[in-house]
Ligand binder design. Structure first.
Ligand code: G3H
Length: 255
């Protein structure tokens, strides 16, 4: 029955909090590998968490991906969200436009009746172009705003899936295989122990920026992401993890 199901989810949440060292875990029913609506349920949970913690004038930085796109879909305006500013946490990572952090930030803002700012950085930029771009006054301004974000919302992906989806070069995919990358988040790749082994060059928040002063909400589900979630949380447990039943069960079984 429904009650038993709910108790089961609460139990999974408690076990995951303990196992991952995450302060708050929210588990929604289902497996987002198989059903799109499960991503939207995680999205709904993420929006209600966001609304519970934001204050007027807050800057909220968001990453890209299909899960974050589902989060944006679930936004509804209220008095609080109208005063927030949404920004992308990092520049382009080689995603299709609907999965880019810029797009998701703009979509969230439009649905929330809030403000947003874009970060214009081309994907796969050279070291040289990168160094001069960060000196541009308009880029500097938005980067300052991004750094000031008090809340960060991001997805977690399977390393190989993300590298392939972003059309990475063969030599790069080989390197990820050799170094046994399992997780991706923010354009950073992590091994099973949660050690960052590679970062995609782009501007915006770096891993070191996700310290104490930022409230980090991770949203990732599907049995296929269990290992990635576990690895990323070893790097640094987020303040909140929103996941699904299939990821939760797979993760707990493999420990
Ligand atoms: O950066 C993207 C995330 O790591 C995962 O993307 O939500 O489409 O699985 P996803």
């Amino acid at each position: 029955g429904m009650m038993k199901e709910l108790l089961g989810l609460r139990e999974l949440e408690a076990q995951l909090e303990k196992e991952l060292g995450v302060n708050q875990v929210i588990v929604v029913p289902g497996n987002s590998d198989n059903d799109e609506w499960v991503k939207r349920e995680m999205g709904r949970a993420c929006i209600s968490e966001l609304k519970a913690i934001i204050k007027p004038k807050d800057v909220v930085a968001v990453m890209g991906g299909t899960t974050l796109a589902a989060v944006a879909e679930m936004m509804k305006p209220d008095a609080k969200t109208r005063e927030v500013v949404f920004v992308p946490a990092r520049g382009g990572l080689g995603e299709q436009v609907e999965n880019q952090a810029n797009t998701i930030s703009a979509e969230l803002a439009s649905r929330a009746g809030a403000q947003y700012r874009l970060l214009h950085v081309p994907d796969q930029i050279s070291e040289e172009a990168y160094s001069s771009l960060v000196l541009e006054p308009s880029v500097k301004d938005i980067l300052k705003l991004i750094q000031s974000a008090c809340t960060v919302i991001h997805g977690i992906g399977d390393a190989k899936m993300m590298a392939t989806r972003r059309d990475s070069q063969h030599s790069f995919i080989d390197k990820l295989n050799r170094e046994e990358a399992v997780a991706e988040a923010f354009g950073f790749y992590f091994n099973r122990s949660g050690e960052p082994i590679h970062k995609q060059r782009t501007i915006g928040l770096q891993l070191d920026d996700l310290g104490e002063d930022k409230y980090v909400i991770s949203v990732a589900g599907g049995a296929s992401k269990a290992e990635a979630i576990s690895a990323y949380m070893k790097y640094q447990p987020s303040d909140v993890l929103i996941t699904d039943e299939a990821a939760a069960e797979t993760l707990l079984q493999s420990r």
